[in-house]
Design a binder for this molecule. Sequence first.
Ligand code: NAD
Ligand code: USQ
Length: 470
Amino acid sequence: MKIIFVAAFLPAFAASFTAPSAFTTNTAIDTNHGVKSAFAFTKPVPVAFQARTSELEAETKKIIVLGGDGFCGWPTSLHLSDKGHDIVIVDNLSRRNIDTELGCDSLTPIQSPEVRVQAWKEVSGKDIKFVNLDVAKEYDLLVQLLKEEKPDAVVHFAEQRSAPYSMKNSKTKRYTIDNNVSGSNNLCCAAIDSELDIHIVHLGTMGVYGYGSSGGEIPEGYIDVVLPGGRESNILHPAYPGSVYHATKCLDALMWQFYQKNDQLRVTDLHQGVVWGTNTPQTIKDERLVNRFDYDGDYGTVLNRFLMQGAMGVPLTVYGTGGQTRGFIHITDTAKCIEIAINNPPASGDRVEIFNQIAETCRVRDIAAMVAEQTGVDVDFLPNPRQEAAENELEVANRKFTNLGLDPITLESENGLFAEVTEIVKKFKHRCNPAMILPASFWNKKRAEECADLDPSSMKINEEVAVNGD
Ligand code: NAD
Ligand code: USQ
């Protein structure tokens, strides 16, 4: 069956979604040079849609979403279902269990998978199947599932994704390696054993490239090099992970390369930046569909943490000098990127397709300054719990997605930046445990010692600054 998406994705979104201007679009892409750093925005450049997306013709597909209960996986599953694809979510709920282990919870009250898919059925009329399965451990069930469902594509989100959690202690380091590397290897083996031609779409990370300043643009996956003797080659970009978690994504990348070469698996690896935001045009349709919002020191990512801290009247937790520059993307665009990747699979025999999945790059202290200015909260420069470069530049190519029609949400619009997250924080501030805000994982003994004076119980919500709850 074929469905036609006329014109771009975004007008369609805008029509069906009444959320604030967080979902208006403006691009900060310099199409000649990739994404520029840290609010040094060039004038918005309209991206010309190319043939494949100006009148996007896509087949409806059977898609299995591994990790479909998570922060990225849930809204992506709904987005793909909304587009007419037949979705099966696989998740072992390990992320929910880690919340229990850490004594924390999503700021938003996420419903059980069963309630979520039922709510989606009521809202959209569409079925999503949920399967509780451990991708890293239940290999036979995974093969059986592939054989039964015969998916066209498998989207692989099912990994332990927190760098701080992966650095907490030897137990979490070992778990992260075991879970992530086994899960990806199992998926490759299962795809081969199923004898199906499955397109694997994996969520990698910008962190595979490392965050040193290389002095030039980070290309999309592969880099031209000149080897000793003047031999020219084009190779996977050297891996330079900054945490055990990031190391698993580097190992994944090697595994995709090997299985593509050996078994002609069709694989797309998406090197995504830090994701921000909570809701999407689909999750906002019903309270029971709300996406998770991590704010704690282990799982909360920087921009969402600052937005939440700003709205709560808590000083912003900048690590070190805040000189780290990272790639960012809004959760709505995560879902759109996955859709674009699914619609543009590599052919059998093609090398692994790699996209850089970011909208823009920003420096941490610039983001903090922006949030502080808007909310009046202080900025705290804390000792850095992480072993990372104090300052780094970052210029990243993301032309593959923009050329395929992505017109990403950026931080340019202040209203857009705050509206969605402020609403969420306002509604659920009573669920926040401020003692979970300070960093709770340290990269090594030295970092732990430097952070020894941080006192979790010192964090207090400032009721005068905090947005009033309902
Ligand atoms: P998440 O922890 O919210 O979601 C991951 C989901 O996978 C969880 O629901 C978890 O229960 C499930 N899972 C983990 N191991 C599993 C296993 N062995 N079997 C079955 N299910 C399993 O994380 P997220 O933020 O949604 O990230 C999803 C993916 O995107 C990850 O691979 C992450 O590395 C990548 N990514 C995330 C971000 C970000 O900022 N959130 C940025 C770049 C890349
Ligand atoms: N940071 C602060 N204060 C905070 C939190 C973070 O200054 O309160 C700094 C960190 O030191 C780091 C930067 O902000 O320099 C980003 O930290 P983060 O926690 O937002 O992101 P990170 O640990 O890199 O991991 C997140 C996701 C991960 C994904 C990665 C994409 O959890 O799954 O792979 O973003 S990337 O960063 O591009 O590698």
